[in-house]
Design a protein around this ligand. Structure first.
Ligand code: GLV
Ligand code: MN
Ligand code: MN
Length: 429
């Protein structure tokens, strides 16, 4: 493994007092999980909607990062932040062991009005699992790490999984620096305002090489486990997916005086794009969504001069995804729209052997694929042995405040993760 160019920073976040008593004798540490959970419950939460707005490099995100640093310090984990801002908290020396590390964790940012679980469940479960292992007196033979990947959702700058894409070389640093948020702030400016040096962005193979195995625990984003009556599953694959920007031209004019035949209304083209997405998804048995639009100038009594619609498309295989997007492109071309790919993630197959081993270890857990993107997928596509653990979500809803996991299922997920970490890090592999 090469030497690490990452900057080591120690954070001095809020102190967390672990209820050690509840972690002994096989008890999974319910109070530790709940204390961790309640400490972040109000960070970035909109009291009106109940949803979270924890966008990369904003105050809410920085508070989450500081909280994470504090929890790692409390546990004696060594926090190392790479040049993109991913936070790696190590138990054991990642460069001094015979085998590369066993890494778990997820992300702490959110979509607009997101739920509490997408991301944080993986981080909190990881910290609680480490509490359990420490309370049991476990001594890892491989280093163990909890990671918080920066900007997984891409809610602010449009590209998802920026942290994992950057370190694995799947995103160009020039492109990342130039990405703009809705206010026109570039990612470089946002990072600099938060005290970072965006000029150092780039692939970090020595950071990736420290990851021998990555297991990301995540809330299930569907009702598969509800139907199966199980608390946890193992993830084996991610559908290919991507994001496209559709720019629709129009001509500004007066809503009360312009004859219908004289109009070039960008919103009509935008509506066509929305309906084309739905029709293409039905044709190819895929998923296509327009979840964000921007209409200019946005006057009630004005015909719109331009519109931008963002398309999210996913499918079971690459050809269905390409066909879905091609059909939408053909349809919106009739409005003079221009379609630009903003990101595309290929089909991901997690490490087969790891998936089977996990399913067997976790009481013959069901194995399922997902249409949702994850940092685990980006790492897997970069050659890292990776897989996921999903925790039952009784509402089946995600990217919404309705996302949920029952406390006992959070405990089951934490217990599963503790077992996995102990098995993977207890022997040299
Ligand atoms: C991440 O949550 C994604 O799939 O968009
Ligand atoms: Mn998500
Ligand atoms: Mn997620």
């Amino acid at each position: 493994m090469g030497s690490c160019s990452a900057t080591a920073r120690s954070s001095s976040g809020s102190a967390h007092v672990t209820d050690g008593a509840s972690l002994t004798g096989g008890d999974i540490g319910e109070s530790a999980f709940e204390q961790l959970w309640s400490a972040i419950a109000d960070i970035g939460r909109d009291p009106t909607t109940g949803g979270y707005r924890r966008f990369a490099w904003t105050e809410a995100d920085l508070s989450m990062r500081e909280w994470f640093g504090g929890e790692c310090a409390t546990r004696g984990l060594d926090l190392v932040e790479d040049q993109t801002g991913n936070q790696w908290a190590w138990w054991g020396d990642p460069d001094g062991a015979a085998s590369a590390g066993v890494v778990t964790g997820s992300h702490l940012d959110s979509v607009p009005d997101g739920g509490a679980f997408d991301g944080p469940l993986g981080v909190v479960s990881a910290l609680a699992a480490i509490d359990k292992l420490k309370a049991d007196g476990f001594q890892p033979r491989r280093p163990i790490c909890v990671v918080n990947f920066v900007d997984e959702e891409g809610a602010r700058f449009g590209v998802s999984c920026i942290g994992s894409r950057m370190i694995t070389g799947a995103l160009s640093p020039d492109r990342a620096r130039a990405l703009r948020d809705a206010e026109g702030v570039t990612m470089a400016e946002a990072m600099r305002a938060a005290g970072w040096q965006p000029e150092h962005l780039g692939p970090e193979p020595e950071v990736v090489a420290r990851v021998g195995t990555f297991v990301e625990l995540h809330i299930e984003q569907g009702r598969g486990l509800v139907d199966l009556g199980r608390a946890v599953a193992v993830g084996n694959a991610i559908w290919p997916h991507g994001r496209w920007r559709i720019e629709i031209p129009g001509e500004a004019n007066h809503a009360g005086t312009t004859r219908l035949s004289d109009r070039r209304d960008a919103v009509i083209g935008c509506a066509r794009a929305v309906l084309a997405a739905r029709a293409a998804a039905e044709t190819y048995d895929s998923l296509a969504t327009v979840g964000k639009i921007n209409i200019q100038p946005g006057g009630v009594n004005a015909i719109s001069s331009s519109a931008t619609a963002w398309l999210d498309a996913r499918a079971a295989d690459e050809s269905a995804l390409s066909a879905t997007v091609a059909q939408i492109e053909r349809e919106v071309a009739t409005s003079g729209a221009v379609v630009t790919e903003e990101s595309r993630t290929p089909q991901t197959a997690f490490d087969d052997a790891l998936v089977s081993w996990l399913a067997n270890l976790l009481d013959d857990a069901p194995v399922m694929s997902t249409g949702a993107g994850h940092d685990a997928g980006i790492l897997a596509n970069a050659g890292v042995s990776a897989a996921m653990i999903f925790v039952r979500n009784p509402t089946g809803v995600s990217h919404s405040p309705a996302e949920w996991a029952e406390p006992e299922d959070c405990q089951a997920g934490t217990a599963a993760l503790a077992t996995v970490l102990a098995e993977l890090a207890g022997v040299e592999r």
